[in-house]
Ligand binder design. Structure first.
Ligand code: COA
Length: 154
């Protein structure tokens, strides 16, 4: 398995993965817009080239936002989510980012556990941030990048 920059050739596969993993999946068109807008986007590729994970982050000046993160079900719980997240954090640090922000469903225990382990702290709860399949609150979490060097990473 290896990480590689996400390109247009990956978009259908990433959208398929989103469809399998996310209640409100990003489409190939949304992903294409992110690439055009200059987002940092990576895929996790199996040895045969199959897309097994993805991460997209976007910078607004020095503040970065984790937009999407996913690992194919058959590959979860082997450290790949942590690896994709660490890569995004490192990129943000390399580009003088000061903070990474994200929203996560309050019921998404696997993702919340990953973010906490990586050092993210809960800022507040955003009511009914998600609309599908039913209204659900988001936890807004943040990681200060400057003070985080090496935090919990393996
Ligand atoms: C969240 C997600 C990306 C994690 O990917 P992963 O490759 O399984 O995660 P890792 O193996 O790197 O796990 C890292 C840590 O996160 C936590 N974690 C991950 N999955 C967990 C689970 N199912 N239950 C509890 N903790 C979990 C653990 O602390 C884990 O460390 P450990 O295995 O040493 O205990 C994956 O579950 C996923 O794709 N979920 C669906 C999409 C999604 O929810 N994306 C996030 C949207 S905000």
């Amino acid at each position: 398995m290896q990480l590689a920059p996400m390109t247009r050739t990956h978009l259908t596969a990433v959208a398929d993965l989103e469809f399998q993993l996310a209640p409100q999946p990003w489409t190939a068109a949304m992903l294409a817009d992110e690439l055009i807008a200059g987002a940092h986007a990576r895929v996790l590729l199996a040895a045969d080239g199959v897309v097994t994970g993805h991460v997209v982050t976007r910078a607004l000046l020095d503040e970065w936002h984790l937009m999407i993160l996913g690992v194919a079900r058959g590959h979860q719980r082997r450290g790949w989510g942590r690896r994709l997240l660490a890569d995004a954090l490192q990129t943000a640090r390399n580009r003088d980012g000061t903070r990474m922000l994200l929203e996560v469903r309050v019921t998404n225990q696997p993702a919340i556990a990953l973010y906490r382990k990586q050092g993210f702290l809960e800022l507040h709860r955003r009511r009914n941030y998600y609309t599908c399949p039913r209204p659900e609150d988001a936890l807004v979490m943040a990681l200060e990048l400057a003070s985080d060097a090496g935090h919990h990473s393996r």
